[in-house]
Design a protein around this ligand. Structure first.
Ligand code: PMP
Length: 351
């Protein structure tokens, strides 16, 4: 073995959900929004002339950051944007979690967290969810070098009330607490309201779900100015121009169109509530979800077999292997029509 092999960083990468491309498919496997983004986004993209692409974009992505800051009643200096929340969270891991003490996150959670921790050599400890798949705030009262969890949690969809989040922050004044709110717009209460009160809080959100812009790749972190400055310093030491011209325009337009945003979010919530009734009638069990997906299990059917059977019909859902989640499927909420096709299939499924 040549010596250089020894110095190559070897990592076990995160495996994103499949992106199949069949004209007749029903795609319920990566928690995308079934509706198109705001029509304002099209106009914003069209406003970028071909010749403007000659020039580098604004490295501060001022227009986008300002629009986000206005939406949440923050200063622009309290907002950091990146290439999807995956990029933002990775930057946060690099910036904030440099302690010898372990980073804490739940055992059943977003599968990217252990991948970043391993890659960046951050020690970490998994905190088991209780038997009801819930985060227990008291379990996070222990020595740590930081804490991260999604709210609602993924893939369970379970929402932690804001008081519980505050109790975790309060009991850890010496750690940075990151709340990954990828799915918060589907019925949860955001921790953004706690930013003024706690300097050690970072809230991360994304345009990929509620704003129907997964293809644009926009994520953002909100927190106190000192933390955001530290994040920017790391970003500028890595790649100054993360947000391109079209992304900056499209993102700003999307976040300003509040009415459209509310309308698609409300449609998804109402389909989700109807889907809960349908899944229950079919004998499925699931935790109540406040996200745009349900994490379901059936007492008589094997999740993997059902996953394969659905796939044959070009209905894509997510089967996530895992010790405690081996017999579960995570199913994104699609349009009413898409969900009806899924339920029709399930009513005739024999297992
Ligand atoms: N956090 C959670 C909990 C997620 O499920 C996802 C989506 N896979 C992300 C972050 C990243 O989403 P994006 O990079 O598209 O913003």
């Amino acid at each position: 073995m040549p010596l250089y092999e020894k110095y190559i960083r070897r990592v076990e990468p995160y495996v994103p959900g499949e992106q199949p491309n069949f004209p007749d498919m029903i795609k319920l496997n990566t928690n995308e929004n079934p509706y198109p983004p705001s029509p304002e986004v099209q106009k914003a993209i069209d406003s970028c002339s071909l010749s403007s692409l000659r020039l580098y974009p604004d490295p501060t992505s001022h227009k986008l950051n300002k629009a986000i800051a206005n939406r949440y009643g923050l200063k622009e200096s309290q907002v950091f944007t990146g290439v999807g929340s995956d990029d933002v969270i990775a930057m946060c891991f690099l910036t904030f979690f440099n302690s010898d003490k372990p980073l804490l996150f739940p055992d059943i959670t977003y599968a990217f967290y252990p991948v970043w921790a391993e890659m960046l050599r951050i020690p970490y400890t998994l905190i088991p969810l209780n038997d009801d798949f819930e985060i227990v705030p008291e379990d996070y009262c222990r020595e740590n070098g930081g804490i991260i969890f999604p709210n609602p949690n993924a893939p369970t969809g379970a929402l932690l009330p804001l008081e519980c989040i505050e109790s975790i922050i309060k009991s850890n004044p010496d750690s940075i607490i990151m709340v990954d709110e990828a799915y918060i717009d589907f019925g949860g209460q955001s921790a953004v309201s706690l930013i003024e009160k706690y300097d050690n809080l970072i809230v991360v959100q994304t345009f990929s779900k509620s704003r129907a812009l997964a293809g644009m790749r926009i994520g953002y972190a909100m927190g106190n100015e000192k933390l955001i400055k530290a994040l920017n310093d790391v970003k500028y030491s890595f790649n100054s121009y993360t947000m391109n011209r079209q992304v900056i325009e499209a993102g700003a337009a999307a976040v300003r169109d509040e009415e459209y945003f509310q309308s698609i979010v409300n449609k998804i919530i109402s389909t989700r509530e109807r889907a809960k009734k349908e899944f229950t009638a079919l004998g499925f069990k699931f935790k109540d979800s406040m996200s745009n997906f349900l994490f379901v299990t059936h007492p008589e059917w094997k999740a993997k077999d059902l996953f394969e059977a659905l796939k044959e019909k070009h209905i894509f859902v997510r089967y996530l292997r895992g010790k405690r989640t081996d017999n579960y499927l995570r199913i994104t909420i699609g349009t009413d029509e898409e969900m009806d096709t899924l339920f029709e299939f399930l009513r005739n499924y024999k297992g």
